[in-house]
Design a protein around this ligand. Sequence first.
Ligand SMILES: C[S@@+](CC[C@H](N)C(=O)[O-])C[C@H]1O[C@@H](n2cnc3c(N)ncnc32)[C@H](O)[C@@H]1O
Length: 231
Amino acid sequence: MSRASLEKDPRDVQRMFDAVAHRYDLTNDVISLGQDRAWRKATLAALRAEPGETVLDLAAGTGTSAEPLADAGVRVVACDLSLGMLEVGKRRRPDLAFVAGDALHLPFADASFDAVTMSFGLRNVADVPGALAELLRVTRPGGRLVVCEFSRPTWKPFRTVYSNYLMRALPPVARAVSKEPEAYVYLAESIREWPDQQALGLLVKRAGWSQVAYRNLSGGIVALHRGTRPE
Ligand SMILES: C[S@@+](CC[C@H](N)C(=O)[O-])C[C@H]1O[C@@H](n2cnc3c(N)ncnc32)[C@H](O)[C@@H]1O
C-alpha cells in the first residue's frame, strides 16, 4: 500500500509520491476537473516574479508548478523530496533545474532567492512552521512567498457537496485513473485535516513573514497565501 499516514513521515511521503509519479499529472487534471490550470496561472500572477529573478519552487514534483515560471523567463529551481517525481520531471522538462531536497533542511544558503513558492506541497510536510521558517531563511530580505494549497470552501452548502466529493467520489475516480488509489484517499484525508485560510495565515505570520494575506480560488477549494520577508 503506497500511502502516507497523517503523521506525514517523510519516508512514507517520499515512497507515496515515487509510486504515483508516472501518472501524477494526468490524475491531477482528471480529479481537479481541469481546475488545476487556472490555479497555476493565479499562483504565477501572485508571485509577481520578473524575468531574471531567481525563484524556488519547493515540492515542485514533476515540475508542473515550476514550468510557468521558467516559461516567463524566471530562473526557477525545482526542489522536491521524491526522486521518482524528479525523474519524471527531468524527462518532461530537461531544461529545468531539478534539485533533491527536504523542505525542513533546504540545501540552499540564506537569502538565495528573490521569491519562494510551494504548490500543493506544504500539506504533506510533517512540520509546517519548520518548513515556513526554512522558506524564510532562503528568501532575501524583501523577497516574496506564495503558498498554493487546498483550503476550505467558503459557501456552506458547497462545502458539504465538496466534502462528499472528496471522501466518496474521489477514491473511485482515482481508482479508475491511478494505479495507486490509496494515495488519493490520503489526499482526501489530508485536505480535510488541513488548517483553513485564517489558521494557515496565522502560521505564515508566526513563521516571521510580514504583509500576510490570502485569496480564495474556486470558491475556497484552493487558497493562495502571500507573505514578504521583512527587510
Ligand atoms: C501534490 S505534489 C505537488 C507537486 C507540484 N508542486 C504541483 O503543483 O503539481 C506534492 C509534492 O510535495 C513533495 N514533498 C512532500 N514532502 C516534502 C518535503 N518534506 N520536502 C520537499 N518536498 C516534499 C512530494 O514529493 C510531492 O512531489
